[in-house]
Write a protein that binds this ligand. Structure first.
Ligand code: 3ML
Length: 158
């Protein structure tokens, strides 16, 4: 799974309510974007500064977005898509500034789990497609190795 994280800042002068409504519209539009496994956008509710280590002041951030892709092929599909391009055009109307991050897993076993969950990599005796979404029940018939990989990727810290 490829994950990309984004800090979003609204344009100068845009109201919180307009920004919230456009984030919601952007989320709804994301469902039609080819190759995009999942998109999430959350408004920043609070920005505490009383940290137990030196505070890192990056200025005000209005929302945090995240994009998930199954693999490089899905990402290429996403980048080539006209629907994706239209989605970005909508993004231009309400995202004033964007700071992307491409994080990677801390543990080698998480990378291994990502490979096991990748439906494009053949797995002996298993031709079904699986994703790491919380809603999807892991079938009893799934090989334990693949089930464990999915559970690991579902855990908040992997
Ligand atoms: C990339 C993106 C980050 C985000 O929050 O939405 C997408 C698409 C866009 O920038 O319009």
């Amino acid at each position: 799974m490829i994950r990309l994280l984004y800090l979003l800042v609204k344009p100068a002068g845009m109201s919180d309510e307009t920004f919230r409504a456009e984030c919601l519209r952007h989320y709804e539009m994301s469902h039609d974007v080819p190759g995009l496994h999942k998109y999430e956008v959350r408004l920043v509710a609070e920005q505490p500064t009383d940290t137990h280590v030196p505070f890192f002041d990056i200025g005000y951030v209005d929302a945090i977005g995240e994009c998930w892709f199954q693999d490089d092929a899905a990402y290429a599909t996403y980048m080539a898509s006209d629907i994706r391009k239209a989605w970005f055009e909508h993004g231009k109307t309400f995202i004033g500034q964007l700071k992307p991050f491409a994080p990677r897993p801390l543990l080698a076993k998480a990378s291994q789990a990502e490979r096991l969950c990748n439906p494009h990599i053949p797995y002996p005796g298993d031709s079904m497609l699986y994703c790491v979404q919380m809603e999807v029940k892991i079938p009893d018939s799934l090989p334990a190795e693949r089930a464990d990989a999915i559970k690991l990727l579902r855990s908040p810290r992997h």
